[in-house]
Design a protein. Structure first.
Length: 300
C-alpha cells in the first residue's frame, strides 16, 4: 500500500471560516495544541453525501472543548455547515470527515488563557478501517497500557492527548502481528479498542463495558439502539478479562471501524456470527437513510 502524506494532497480544507487549498492549510510549530495536546477532534463519515449523526458529533466537539477549558468560536449550526461544505467542495459523497479545534500561538506555557481557538474541517476518502473483508474478523492484542482514571485525564472528551495511549498500544499490537489492541482500564476491567468500542455476545445477549472512563461512542449508542430494535437484550456493565473467553461473538464499533467482528483476542479465538452479521447489516442500511430517518430510528 502506497501512503500519500497528508500534507501533500489535492483538495480544500475549511480553516477558520475559509476554504483553503489543502497544501496551504498550515499552523505554526509553536502552536499550543502541538506542544500541550490542547486540542479536541471528531471523526465522522459521510454516506451518500450525508454526514452520519452530524449534529451529535458537533455537540460532542463543542462539549470536548469545554471540558478542556475553551469555547470553540462557532455555533453548532456553523460547524455543521462547515462539515457539509467541505465534503461538497471536495466532490465527495463517501468520505471521512475530521473537525479539529486547538489552541494557537499566543501563549506557549502550561497556562494558555490568552490563546486563540482555531477550527478546521478536512475530509478525504477512507474505507472501513479494517477493509472490505472485515467479516472474517480482526485480531486484538491485550494492551499493557490502561485507560486512566477519570480524575487523572479528561476521559469524557475526545481530546487529542488521550489517543497517545492508543497509538502506543496499537504499535505494540502490530509488532506482534495483531490488527489492533483491546485496552483495559486502571481497575482491570475491559474498556475498549484503541479507537473503537467493544461488544461481546454472551448467551445471545449483547454486552458492552460501561463507559465511565472512556468515550461513550456515538456509533456505540447507535448499535445499542439497533440491537434493542432486534429484541436483543443489551447489557452495559463492567466486564473482567477472564470473561472474554466465554463470549460467542465479539465485535468493535466506531466511526472508522463501523461494525467489525473480532476473531481473536490474545490467544482466544472467536467465530464471527449471526448477531454481528445482523447488526452490521442493520448499520449499513441505517447509514444510507436520510438524516431525519436516522434520528427517528435511533431516538432513545
Amino acid at each position: 500500500m502506497v501512503l500519500v502524506p497528508f500534507d501533500d494532497r489535492d483538495g480544500l480544507i475549511w480553516f477558520d471560516g475559509v476554504m483553503v487549498p489543502w497544501r496551504e492549510a498550515k499552523i505554526h510549530v509553536l502552536s499550543h495544541g502541538l506542544h500541550y495536546a490542547s486540542g479536541v477532534f471528531e471523526g465522522e463519515r459521510a454516506y451518500s453525501g450525508n454526514i452520519f449523526k452530524l449534529r451529535a458529533h458537533t455537540e460532542r466537539l463543542i462539549a470536548s472543548g469545554r471540558i478542556l477549558g475553551f469555547e470553540i468560536p462557532y455555533t453548532a449550526d456553523q460547524i455543521d455547515d462547515a462539515c457539509r461544505a467541505v465534503v461538497a467542495a471536495n466532490g465527495l459523497t463517501e468520505a471521512y470527515v475530521r473537525p479539529l479545534a486547538w489552541r494557537g500561538t499566543e501563549q506557549l506555557s502550561v497556562s494558555a488563557q490568552q490563546t486563540k481557538i482555531h477550527l478546521m474541517v478536512a475530509t478525504w476518502a477512507w474505507p472501513n478501517l479494517f477493509g472490505d473483508d472485515r467479516m472474517k474478523g480482526v485480531t486484538l492484542d491485550i494492551a499493557d497500557w490502561k485507560r486512566p482514571h477519570p480524575e487523572t485525564a479528561p476521559t469524557a472528551s475526545k481530546a487529542a492527548g488521550l489517543y497517545m495511549i492508543g497509538t502506543l498500544a496499537k504499535h505494540t499490537a502490530e509488532a506482534k502481528g495483531f490488527n489492533d489492541a483491546l485496552m483495559l482500564d486502571w481497575r482491570g476491567y475491559v474498556a475498549e479498542g484503541t479507537g473503537a468500542n467493544v461488544f461481546f455476545v454472551f448467551n445471545g445477549e449483547v454486552h458492552t463495558p460501561t463507559p465511565d472512563c472512556f468515550l461513550d461512542g456515538i456509533t456505540r449508542r447507535v448499535v445499542m439502539s439497533l440491537a434493542r430494535a432486534r429484541q436483543y437484550t443489551v447489557v452495559e456493565r463492567h466486564i473482567m478479562p477472564d470473561e472474554i473467553a466465554k463470549a460467542s461473538e465479539v465485535f468493535l464499533v466506531g466511526t472508522a471501524a463501523e461494525v467489525t467482528p473480532v476473531r481473536q483476542i490474545g490467544d482466544m479465538h472467536f467465530t464471527p456470527g449471526e448477531v454481528t452479521r445482523t447488526l452490521l447489516g442493520d448499520f449499513e442500511a441505517l447509514v444510507r437513510k436520510s438524516p431525519a430517518e436516522v434520528e427517528l430510528l435511533t431516538a432513545a
